[in-house]
Design a protein. Structure first.
Length: 199
């Protein structure tokens, strides 16, 4: 069954919504973004989050020690690298932590994905651009991959069925697709999680 990640939570209300919907993962964005959260916020929200939901921390070219600190404080469970982090960076991070790493790929061509598939990161995340744009890329560019991947970028109720049946990702990563006026929408979260579970 396809896993579900609801990304970009930044209010206590958002935690209440996902506790009700029960996706597999939620994402806290620590990079500069309208959805950015601090270490203090992440730790506070984490106290109220359903223990069965794993927390992904989203970073862009972040200092490795800061990421390690978040993990040691149990603010997050999984690391998502969404910048231009090199394989050397990923290796260095992997030597200091014991949790899965997701490496984002900005997909403009099939070659972008092929170049990234041998990364030491545990998962790929295929996205249209820098993240949070709400726009999708041409999914036909995705080659057959042995490495499990998250499908991100503009996944919403209009293309969800196609994503699940034709792309068949390990997980879908949804942020703006469950928002109204830039904030997470309870009904949209509940509906999209329910639809994915029913496929």
């Amino acid at each position: 069954m396809t896993k579900i990640k609801i990304c970009g939570l930044f209010r206590m209300k958002d935690i209440e919504y996902v506790n009700e919907a029960k996706p597999d993962y939620i994402g806290f964005v620590f990079a500069n973004s309208k959805r950015q959260v601090t270490l203090h916020q992440a730790m506070e929200y984490r106290k109220y989050l359903n223990k069965e939901i794993e927390v992904v921390g989203v970073f862009v070219n972040e200092d490795i020690d800061y990421i390690v600190n978040l993990l040691e404080n149990k603010a997050i469970d999984i690391v998502q690298l969404h910048g231009g982090e090199s394989e050397e960076y990923v290796n260095k991070l992997k030597s200091k932590i014991f949790c899965p790493i997701i490496k984002a790929v900005q997909v403009k061509s099939t070659q972008d994905i092929i170049k990234s598939r041998h990364t030491v990161a545990d998962y790929l995340l295929l996205d249209q651009g820098k993240g949070g744009t709400g726009k999708s890329f041409d999914w036909s560019l995705i080659p057959k991959l042995e490495k499990r991947f998250f499908l991100a970028g503009g996944v919403d109720k209009t293309n969800l069925n196609k994503a699940l049946r034709e792309v068949n990702p390990y997980a879908v990563d949804i942020s703006s697709g469950v928002e109204s006026n830039g904030e997470k929408d309870r009904e949209k979260i509940l509906k999209i999680v329910r639809e994915i579970r029913n496929v």
